[in-house]
Write a protein that binds this ligand. Structure first.
Ligand code: UDP
Length: 241
């Protein structure tokens, strides 16, 4: 599969339908897989955290989560078909999997948030565990219900590292996905940005308004990444002229 690279992170070039097809094939081939959904701040973190970069690049699928990052790639002449929001991927998966009788486990978020997300997604959810407990003990709880898919919402890079080091201990899990704040949105605990803001890449501004404590993450994602991109654009311009 041809990948698109930006600042050392390699992305798969898939739209939502193609990603779902890929996940379907992952569920059938008997092996274990994990999927990462980077947004802008991941790129900055991966520049400093080698372990995190390796985890992102070893993922079976690396899908661009944010519209802002998608625009940034485009600005540098690196075209990706679409950005794929974690929320949209989860909703599509839970719809599809009902038909196929696959089981999903939700891990992470506050207790009431993860429970409400489970209620919303319906019968394909076979268990939920909140993300504010001894994380090592959760493996045992997950193994009791043997899910096919595990969605992990512990924030980044905690969730990617947890998946990387624990997936092998949960043999029933064929696909694990790090989904960030997706349960907060699906449960309705945090309102999603209006569609027009999503479409023009301003979801970060919405999150800054509704979750001001995310300022540092947003600063890293928007300002630091913006500077990196400009530097790259200027140096490629100098190189080509
Ligand atoms: N979270 C958790 N345990 C933790 C830290 C965070 O379960 O120790 C949850 C948090 O409640 C939220 C999700 O992880 O539902 C994503 O957190 P955040 O918005 O900080 O991360 P991001 O979306 O930026 O990766």
């Amino acid at each position: 599969m041809k990948k698109v690279e930006i600042f050392g992170i390699k992305f798969n070039n898939l739209d939502l339908d193609e990603a779902l097809q890929k996940i379907k094939s992952f569920l059938e081939n008997g092996k274990q897989h994990y999927i990462v959904l980077p947004y802008s701040e991941f790129i900055i973190r991966a520049q400093q955290d080698k372990e995190f970069r390796k985890i992102l690049n070893e993922a079976d699928l690396c899908l661009c989560e944010s519209r802002g990052l998608w625009f940034s790639l485009r600005f540098l002449g690196k075209e990706l078909k679409k950005n794929i929001y974690g929320v949209d991927l989860i909703l599509a998966l839970s719809q599809k999997l009902k038909i196929q009788n696959k089981k999903i486990f939700l891990f992470g978020g506050k207790e009431k948030v993860v429970k409400k997300t489970g209620d919303k997604l319906g019968e394909c959810i076979v268990g939920t565990e909140h993300g504010y407990q001894d994380l090592d003990k959760v493996v045992e709880k997950i193994n009791k219900v043997k899910p096919d898919i595990l969605l992990v919402a512990l924030g980044s890079p905690k969730q990617e590292k947890w998946i990387y080091y624990n997936l092998k201990k949960m043999p029933s899990v064929k696909v694990a996905i790090g989904v960030g704040g997706a349960f907060d949105f699906i449960s309705g605990y945090i309102k999603r940005a209006p569609k027009f803001m999503q479409d023009i890449g301003l979801e970060w501004l919405w999150r800054l308004i509704v979750q001001p404590h995310r300022f540092k993450r947003i600063y890293n994602g928007v300002i630091k990444l913006g500077c990196l991109i400009l530097k790259e654009k200027i140096s490629s311009h100098i190189h080509n002229s």
